[in-house]
Design a protein around this ligand. Sequence first.
Ligand SMILES: [Zn+2]
Length: 382
Amino acid sequence: MALIPMKEILDAAEDGKYGVPALNINEMLQLQAYLNAAFELRSPVILQASMGSRQFTGWLSKGNPNANLGAAVTMGMIKTFLEQYRCEYGYDVPVSITLDHGPNFEECKGAIDNGFPSVMIDGSIDYSRKNEKGKNPARSLEENIRVTREVVEYAHARGVSVEGELGTLGGIEDETAAETVHLTDPDEVERFVKETDCDALAVAIGTSHGAYKFPGEVKLALELVPVIHARAGNARLVMHGSSSVPADLVAMVDEFPVIRLLGGTLSINGLFNPAMEKPETRQYKISDPSEMARLGADLASFSCLKKSSGVPMEHIQAAIKSGVRKINVDTDGRIGTTGAIRKFMAENPGEFDQRKYFNAARAALYKMAVEKIKGFGSVGKA
Ligand SMILES: [Zn+2]
């Protein structure tokens, strides 16, 4: 079995009433960690490559990064690992890769032409325009249907699955930044699915992209999920922005800030109280006891990451119960990688072999993937 369209994975999840993790990848460590977790737990898995990911893998020393090159390299890398793991493990698990937030027809076509078995067309916002705040404006329902339909026609003719999006999410995931947040209107769901014939539908129920989802209490419109599910026909429901931003991963980043000591002055950059919007650099003369006392006081409320919460696993499980089948997780992989590397370097200050700290990052990514697969209920569903 080669890479399969995500429709096959999501239809099986619909029948079995479980969720499947959709994990973003940018490089080899994530791929190894996520595929190993999927093989060991015999779980289906969906991998995702965003525009930013394809530009990262499509890096060229001369000139601009080439997203199509990135797409081709990503596909080649996945296929190679998959083939080897199938021999190594002696069995197969269903794996798909999808373009995450395709901004327009051309980008989706580029991914499909490079062999992607699934794509997402995000017709909910207009990526070609930005307002003065640097945000993309929302598209009308008609415009969203038109662009999604165009991608579906090209994709379905080639056996490729398509995910559309109805309603807009907040936050930032690579270049994805909507101007305003609109929850999915259940009244529009039936029409959207019918007229676009999309295979999966990303719904906006109050999640957002990035690490800072809920400054206070977690508020999700979970009551919308069963209503949308009942009206979505054969389109499987997708939750974006569903990292849990777990306390243990955040703590790894926060507990190992980068501190610079130069000429008797200690510099530290971060957030010195929860109300701060941006980190700032503060300096302390280590020979001056009053400055060291100030450092002590500052560190009492210090953090590298802003205080906020992600989507707790219980909320995701409730959404799965009501019909969500694909759960997108990107941020947790980023925080895990960063935290593990910071921790390793703090504990092994003399180590400069990059394999050592990459190993630590990969272990954190693997652990994260195992937790998602177990939490979403896809263990043994391969
Ligand atoms: Zn997303």
